[in-house]
Design a protein around this ligand. Sequence first.
Ligand code: NAP
Length: 491
Amino acid sequence: MTRTVADPGPAARAAIESVPTGLFIGGKWRETDARLTVADPATGEALCTVSDATAEDGLDALAAAAQAQSEWAATPPRARSEILVRAHRALLDDAERLALVATSEMGKPLAEARGEIAYAAEFFRWFAEEAVRLDGGYMPAPAGGSRFLVTRQPVGPSLLITPWNFPMAMATRKIGPALAAGCTCVVKPAEQTPLCTLALAEILRTAGVPDGVVNVVTTSDPGAVTGPMIADPRSRKLSFTGSTAVGKLLLEQCATTVMRTSMELGGNAPLIVFDDADLDTAVEGALAAKMRNIGQACTAANRIYVQRGIAAEFTRRFTERMAALPMGPGTTDGVVVGPLIDEAAVAKVTDLVADARRRGATVRLGGEVSDGPGNFYPATVLTGVPEDAAMFATEIFGPVAGIAEFDTEEEVVARANNTPYGLVSYLFTENLRRGLRVAEALDTGMVGLNQGVVSNPAAPFGGVKESGLGREGGLTGIDEFLEAKYIGVAL
Ligand code: NAP
């Protein structure tokens, strides 16, 4: 595997320097003395520092959101929609700079970062269209004598907590529906990737978002900043994307004020290849499902099950494709395997590979950390991964594919469902009946049938079991930020 080492270059440096580094509260940028360092995962070098919020800053942001709430809720849906339309256009017009920011702070290859900006922008377009379609109901009471009037109102000031792996798209996936529904918000991005959200705040300000409607706090002490906000009755909603462990902690906190929650949590996606699959489709689908974002996606194929009859051929072709993926800094043209987010991620992947080996798996490709700076781990393929290997029970979050063989449909469905997670699964078969039968039997919120990527702003994204509560995107995405209000009308 060849690996290039390159300076991020003047364009990336200029992109970083263009991003505001303060907290965004009440429509104003506020610098703090305390600083949070943002590092480049490709080199480990500091890129810049941003403001490091305290609990008081967080409560100031919540106060700004609470103050702006009633006016924003009363802003005509068409006006809210038009702001989102302008923000959608601004993101696309600025895509190159924003992609450089995303790659610099998160590490993903530039081509993927460009894709993320387009994906992120699409949430604004989608929810701009949804903002003007908030319907209600009018019906006679079953016993007669009165009428039921049902209207939908914004839930209120919302706390939006996002992870580092899709730093722009996870923010727009929450801000889009919140604004469309008439909710103000405080966004708390991941501390490793605050820059995309800060750049986004400035774009939203320029697009005409009124003061206080969107606020951003960046912090190195997330619990200390979000805890008081969650406990404060002015917060009416928490929308969280991140790990299941932190999601559970936040759910407990939200119980004290019975706060509405949406939870997009971790996954452990099975990817099933039946012996009647089109092998080219299955190999390319598996590659996409495994390697998107260098394997650092909640939707990443975490367990690859291949039916015994085609296992050798699938493995040969898949390994050949994995071996051809160039590794290096995300800013280098053609790179697919960028760095992982931090040293801990490399150590975790290293441990998972060692554990699988100890339990009898065979390394077909990669499996050794290369020398040099940055958090790199090579594309790796293991076969014969036993069901009790740690990598089949936890999110790998790296470019490591673990393959196991199976014999029957019934057996593989049972193995696929044998996990507390239920975000997404993938299956490859040319038999439509089998495809639909298995898709229905898989205990996940989403299924990719003959495709390795399911994310789409127009589709309901989300999981079952410990992978989450609620859906983002699609026709129901805006419901997460709305309350139905019933008015009983006596006639
Ligand atoms: P994480 O550690 O759970 O962090 C997610 C966010 O929560 C970050 O902003 C983090 O801030 C914050 N946080 C951490 N501890 C907190 C606390 N005690 N109180 C309040 N906030 C806290 O997850 P991650 O490592 O950033 O992201 C990877 C995880 O996200 C994976 O499990 C992945 O599957 C999941 N994910 C799920 C989806 C989905 O749609 N289902 C999408 C993307 C990612 P700091 O950065 O400061 O720690």
